[in-house]
Design a protein around this ligand. Structure first.
Ligand SMILES: NC(=O)c1ccc[n+]([C@@H]2O[C@H](COP(=O)([O-])OP(=O)(O)OC[C@H]3O[C@@H](n4cnc5c(N)ncnc54)[C@H](O)[C@@H]3O)[C@@H](O)[C@H]2O)c1
Length: 113
């Protein structure tokens, strides 16, 4: 199926995991994919994997915690392709710890005084 033929998709967090799989799938479905991440090695590996199958992918280093960097990534995509149809915000950090530990780290204080 080519459900994304002619579409331009920008995906964050594409150096690994869900972001990489999303980019691969959208490309397989016909989209031109713009892969972004902070990890250059993984990012380039994703793009190589997609382009080696004759599909369209480019990379952009982009830290999603930096608003200007995100706006620049969108701007470069529109400069290159003339539009942006799909945006997948996947970048993130999976933290597994106890709730009170997450609370303490983010609030700087223990939850129960
Ligand atoms: N894998 C799961 O079971 C699961 C479950 C629930 C939620 N999630 C969430 O989904 C997201 C992706 O999960 P994943 O398993 O693919 O993780 P992953 O660690 O494999 O991939 C996350 C990607 O995000 C990138 N990233 C991190 N901070 C970034 C930043 N500031 N700017 C740009 N890129 C950044 C990393 O470099 C990495 O390539 C995470 O937010 C995670 O918390 C994952």
């Amino acid at each position: 199926m080519n459900r994304f033929e002619g579409k331009v998709a920008l995906i964050t967090g594409t150096a690994s995991g869900i972001g990489r799989a999303t980019a691969q799938r959208l490309a397989a479905e016909g989209a031109k994919v713009v892969c972004t991440d902070v990890q250059l090695d993984g990012l380039e590996e994703t793009v190589r994997d997609i382009t080696s199958q004759g599909r369209a992918a480019v990379s952009q280093v982009c830290d999603v915690s930096d608003k200007d960097a995100v706006c620049a990534a969108v701007g470069r995509t529109i400069d290159q392709y003339g539009k942006l149809d799909v945006r997948c915000n996947v970048a993130g950090i999976l933290e597994t710890s106890h709730t009170h530990e997450v609370y303490s780290r983010s609030m700087g204080t223990a939850p129960f005084g």
